[in-house]
Design a protein around this ligand. Structure first.
Ligand code: B1M
Length: 213
């Protein structure tokens, strides 16, 4: 099979929510020596973008989004060890989560994988994380970075509530706050008093690395 055929197979597999096809495609891609980042960006992420466009146009609905997301997650699980470079030294701890009211976690999980691969110890609080849980986790783990992900315009304001809760708990100055997610922008991150903004998982590792340098 050609690289294009393999990428097309993974793309179609995610669109159809066909987990077996996605896993088989990712394994075939790795065996053929295709760059893991290419398998992720040019097949899986593109397919999720297409699902989003179809959802906007009422051509697909939540169940289809859900099975596509499940297929992508399984594919990412196969890919993950190949995205993670071996033997990198620890740069410190990062807490990450998807904010309250929001269950989108594929992007957050990619950020976690990439941060781990570049040497951070990541504590993943999961999805729908309240300000109180963020504060408790900061007190418990003493991270250098607190990461928040939001995919909905309606949940973005919950990032500000977390920043406020960190201030109220007296721990805001101990950490750098990093925000991201499709609707989040650099301007928004400044508006809510975050320190760092990253457009995607690769950028998240870059801004974190700059901090560690
Ligand atoms: Co939802 N959904 N969804 N959804 N969903 C979106 C986000 C939407 C844009 C679709 C659309 O209308 N086109 C839309 C939001 C509209 C808006 O607010 N402007 C939407 C909606 C409306 C909804 C529901 C309200 C639908 C409903 O119920 N009627 C509902 C809300 C549920 C909730 O959270 N309370 C809902 C539900 C779901 C599913 C559960 C079915 C499923 C999520 C499954 C899961 O994640 N486990 C789902 C999906 C799959 C999507 C789309 C199709 C794909 C999201 C995704 O995984 N993208 C999405 C459309 C789209 O994004 N095109 C859509 C791939 C991922 C790799 O990208 O998450 O952007 P992304 O992450 C990137 C960057 O953003 C960045 O790095 C990542 C990797 O490069 N990044 C960070 C992310 N977090 C970061 C943190 C950082 C730094 C960078 O620092 C800490």
């Amino acid at each position: 099979m050609t690289t294009e055929e393999i990428l097309d197979g993974i793309y179609d597999g995610v669109l159809r929510g066909d987990t077996k096809a996605v896993i088989a495609g990712v394994k075939a891609g790795l065996a053929a020596g295709i760059n893991p980042q290419e398998l992720l960006d040019d097949a899986m992420v593109e397919a999720m973008e297409e699902i989003g466009h179809r959802f906007e146009k009422n051509e697909c609905f939540v169940p289809e989004m859900l099975i596509a997301a499940r297929a992508m997650k399984e594919g990412v699980a196969v890919l993950s060890p190949h995205l993670i470079e071996a033997g990198v030294k620890s740069l410190g701890k990062v807490i990450i989560g998807t904010v309250r009211g929001d269950v989108h976690d594929i992007g957050k999980n990619l950020v976690r994988i990439m941060m781990e691969s570049s040497g951070w110890e990541v504590i993943d609080l999961g999805v729908d994380v309240s300000p109180e849980r963020y504060v408790a986790a900061v007190k418990e783990h003493q991270p250098r970075i607190v990461g928040m992900s939001a995919l909905l315009t309606t949940t973005m304001p919950n990032m500000k509530l977390i920043v406020d809760a960190l201030v109220a708990a007296g721990v805001r100055d101990q950490v750098k706050v990093m925000v991201g997610g499709a609707p989040v922008t650099q301007a928004y991150s400044q508006q809510i008093g975050a320190d760092l903004y990253a457009l995607d998982a690769a950028a998240a590792t870059e801004v974190a690395k700059a901090l560690a340098a």
